[in-house]
Design a binder for this molecule. Structure first.
Ligand code: AHR
Length: 325
């Protein structure tokens, strides 16, 4: 691709443009296909594994990768996309931190003739032509799986009533919206279950700890039966606080989480977490497969979801398939 000749200049200029100047990573600088990748941050083990997956898949495919990490700032993602447009990359891949606010910059990409792939998270727009494809989890199905587990657990415990506190991910992000909606759609009709509170932990372990302190101070140990949090990082923060206070995670307070990182799966096996809804960070091969199809002139599917399941305390946790990423 002729656009690739801009890569070296692009990298020099990009490095100059980025105020806190982390040099964009490049693999295969002589590659004929150049992918601009805007990662949203490094907030969780999931995100770090996702970045590694993208880098490895680009390298394996022989693509040049210009990656910018936005450190949880939408403005930085917009700047990164603009710089990818300026340098005429072949395809833009990005993981939008929140759903709203992308139309202008994506219209600029469209005018420049650069296809955009959404990886991991969706955008909210009336113009679906602003992206060619989405590859990532079905977060709504994940939320439903969490709710279905809770109902099964309530049955097994013969519980009359369960008070649930929710710790959500980043407000207005796709996993936050859909994991909440899916969960609520399942438990809404079950009169045994009450959501006593929903607070935001931003997908961060440190904020998970803060949320746990806040919830315990407000409701006490006996006022909460279940904590449903939207990712493992926050759950592991909760778990630390519960143990510090002599509360047994997984027993005195049930824990339902999403992702499936190693530490969470180990905690599940140790009886400290009750349910881990899987969300795979390994989206690199599928994303780069889409890049390959697009740059070969093929049409691609609008949506690709990876296959995901659930690990929980009803399963045989000694089965070798029960492992984290
Ligand atoms: O968008 C995926 C979510 O983002 C993961 O569940 C979470 O760990 C990450 O921060």
């Amino acid at each position: 691709m002729k656009k690739a000749v801009c890569l070296i200049t692009a990298l020099l200029l990009l490095a100059g443009l980025s105020a806190c100047a982390k040099q964009p990573e490049t693999e295969n600088e002589s590659s004929s296909v150049v992918v601009g990748f805007s990662q949203l941050g490094a907030e969780s083990s999931w995100r770090i594994a996702n970045t590694v997956s993208m880098e490895k898949a680009a390298k394996d495919a022989g693509f040049g990768l210009m990656m910018e990490n936005a450190n949880q700032k939408q403005e930085k993602q917009i700047d990164a996309i603009r710089s990818f447009i300026a340098y005429q990359v072949d395809v833009i891949v990005f993981s939008p931190i929140v759903e709203n606010g992308w139309d202008n910059v994506l219209n600029e990409a469209k005018k420049a003739g650069i296809p955009v792939i959404l990886m991991d998270r969706m955008i909210s727009t009336n113009d679906e032509s602003l992206y060619v494809s989405y590859v990532g989890a079905d977060f709504y199905a994940e939320g439903r799986r969490a709710g279905e587990y809770l109902i099964r657990k309530a049955d097994a415990l013969k519980a009359d009533h369960l008070n649930v506190a929710e710790i959500s991910g980043t407000i207005d992000s796709t996993p936050m919206r859909d994991r909440q909606r899916g969960f609520m759609d399942v438990i809404r009709e079950d009169s045994r279950i009450t959501i006593v509170d929903s607070i935001c932990g931003d997908f961060l372990r440190s904020k998970g700890e803060e949320c746990a302190v806040q919830l315990l101070d407000k409701y006490g140990k006996d006022g909460i039966d279940v904590i449903y949090s939207h990712n493992d990082s926050m759950t592991l923060g909760v778990l630390d606080i519960l143990e510090q206070r002599g509360i047994r995670p997984g027993k005195d307070i049930l824990l339902i989480t999403v992702d499936g990182e190693k530490e969470a799966v180990e905690a599940l096996k140790a009886g400290k977490i009750n349910c881990v809804v899987q969300c795979t960070p390994n989206l690199g091969p599928a994303a780069m497969g889409l890049v390959k199809s697009l740059t070969s002139g093929e049409t691609v599917s609008k949506i690709t979801h990876p296959e995901e399941g659930v690990f929980c305390d009803f399963d045989d946790l000694n089965d070798p398939s029960v492992e984290g990423f």
